[in-house]
Ligand binder design. Structure first.
Ligand SMILES: [Zn+2]
Length: 105
């Protein structure tokens, strides 16, 4: 009796239609899609959820950390990198977390 030891990633190619193996699995309504990292990072529901998370959490963190300056009408030059970074961090965390739980194998 012969057994095969194909892993889940060997079975599925990226659903975007190229030959890269699927590394992440996304369920949408009645189907499951496997995607490579590049296409997983562009998966619209993932991007949308991460963007909403970034908007909510980034706004709260900006209000906590820089609210006093902004209310006083001050916008020091240092905020030009601090505020975008405050929004980028929750986006990255939400994306990483989604990819982590969607990972195959
Ligand atoms: Zn792909």
């Amino acid at each position: 009796m012969t057994t095969t030891s194909a892993s889940y990633t060997d079975v599925f190619a990226c659903s975007a239609g190229h030959s890269a193996p699927a590394r992440f699995r996304f369920a949408r309504r009645d189907r499951v899609e496997g995607k490579c990292l590049r296409h997983a990072l562009a998966h619209r529901p993932l991007v949308r959820t991460a963007a909403v998370t970034s908007l909510v959490v980034g706004t709260i963190l900006t209000a906590i950390n820089q609210g006093n300056l902004l209310i006083d009408g001050m916008f020091p030059e240092v905020l030009l990198w601090k505020v975008p970074l405050t929004y980028a961090v929750p986006y990255c965390v939400a994306t990483w977390s989604a990819l982590r739980i969607s990972r195959l194998g």
